[in-house]
Design a protein around this ligand. Structure first.
Ligand code: ADP
Ligand code: MG
Length: 399
């Protein structure tokens, strides 16, 4: 499973060529302005690499969830203008995508220039992965580059279909990085390999647990999903968030886990989220009937930090508690800090999942990790062991 990347292409395959690049410019906007340009910046290394080889760059992206055709609210025009502020290269925006005008703009573009086409979700056939649309999109470039890892779990015309009609079809640098960490690093991890899983629901993470159990040395559980495991162990969980219908499954996982599943020894509980002032730690078998667990307790946080410090490969998905509300962010902080210092000691640390990534960003620790995945849903599917259609459609390395 070695996906070809732009680094495998020869200069002749790039010079003067139109590189049709699917990026993820699905950025937060407010009042017609980009409010967080992380995703635009994340695409710059690929864009710059292509431009420096004399390619002409044609960008495709979706933005938001427009319903039924073009909607000015979701135009990529402001995104193109923002991109122009970030790059010395000329950026041209075209307010259509599968039109003659778009095709001509790609042909007119000079080496070193960027053309941004309109929101792919304005196109009827995009989400249906319409074959005709895929062929039309394929005409907009001389090669295809997929750098939208966050959309790779969806088989859309611009993320999957087009790659069958436009060759070479290769990964961009951002995509390459995601595949290297989530794929290669986890396929042959330096040991001990410890995964930390949390978040709201066990139901969304079952396949991840199943997929990771055979390869991890330990799986540390936090978040509300710990409560479903507690319930499976016959413990009182009070008013905690429990998925009752998943209790049998949690039992089954505990039986199969051969001691690899580690549950928090204690819990930080409170009568409700707005009663944070009365938060207090209790041992896991002493959760009051009229209170709920909103974070792992201090003993668990310390124990998890120790396990993290001793690991060589770390994967973290899902916050340890309701990190949006202090003091229930402590467990998440403890894990994030421990991961950051593990990175400094030479461990490979990978964070996947939208909320976990946001937590790490808000703590200013993103740069302290080996890799923070840009794809929420896509990274989850990857960790479930699924083939992402957008990746599967790309060329493989020769030899
Ligand atoms: P990710 O996006 O990183 O995969 P999830 O979406 O699975 O993470 O879960 C994140 C959410 O889980 C957060 O909004 C957080 O408030 C919630 N959460 C974590 N622990 C608890 C808990 N004990 N009770 C209720 N919600 C929780
Ligand atoms: Mg989430």
């Amino acid at each position: 499973m070695q996906t070809k990347t732009i680094r495998d292409l020869t200069d002749a395959q790039l010079r003067g060529k139109r590189a049709l690049v699917r990026v993820d410019f699905n950025v937060p906007m407010s009042g017609g302005r980009v409010t967080d340009d992380t995703r635009i910046r994340a695409a710059l290394p690929t864009i710059d690499a292509l431009l420096s080889k004399g390619a002409r760059v044609v960008l495709l992206s979706h933005l938001g969830r427009p319903k039924g055709g073009p909607d000015p609210k979701f135009s990529l025009d402001p995104v193109a203008r923002h991109l122009q502020e970030l790059t010395p290269a000329r950026v041209v925006f075209v307010d259509s995508t599968d039109s003659d005008e778009a095709l001509e703009a790609t042909q007119r573009a000079r080496p070193g220039e960027i053309v941004v086409l309109e929101n792919t979700r304005f196109l009827e056939g995009e989400e249906k992965n319409d074959e005709r649309l895929a062929r039309t999109l394929a005409e907009l470039g001389d090669l295809y580059v997929d750098d939208a890892f966050g959309s790779a779990h969806r088989a859309h015309a611009s993320t999957e279909g087009v790659a069958h009609h436009l060759k070479p079809a290769v990964a961009g640098l951002l995509m390459e990085r995601e595949l290297a960490y989530l794929g290669d690093a986890l396929a042959s991890p330096a040991r001990p390999f410890v995964a930390v899983l949390g978040g709201a629901k066990i139901s969304g993470k079952i396949d991840v647990i199943e997929h990771l159990l055979p390869t991890v040395d330990a799986l540390l559980i936090g978040g509300a999903m710990a409560c479903t495991f507690y319930a499976a162990m016959g413990l009182e969980v009070g008013k905690s968030l429990v998925e009752t219908d998943r209790i049998p499954l949690a039992k089954h996982l505990l039986d199969r886990a051969q001691g690899k599943l580690v549950l928090p020894d204690d819990a930080l509980v409170a009568p409700s989220l707005d009663a944070a002032a009365s938060a207090h730690p209790v041992p896991r078998d002493k959760i009051p009937r009229d209170e709920a667990m909103f974070d792992i307790g201090p003993r668990a946080a310390a124990r998890y930090a120790q396990r993290v410090a001793a690991a060589k490969t770390l994967l973290w998905n899902g916050p340890m508690g309701v990190f949006e509300t202090a003091p229930f962010d402590r467990g998440t902080h403890a894990v994030a800090d421990a991961m950051a210092s593990a990175t400094r000691s030479g461990a490979t640390t990978i964070v996947g999942g939208g909320d976990s990534a946001a937590a790490v960003e808000s703590m200013g620790l993103a740069a302290a990790m080996s890799h923070v995945s840009t794809g929420g849903g896509a990274s989850l599917e990857f960790l479930e062991g699924k083939q992402l259609p957008g990746v599967a459609a790309l060329d493989l390395k020769e030899g």
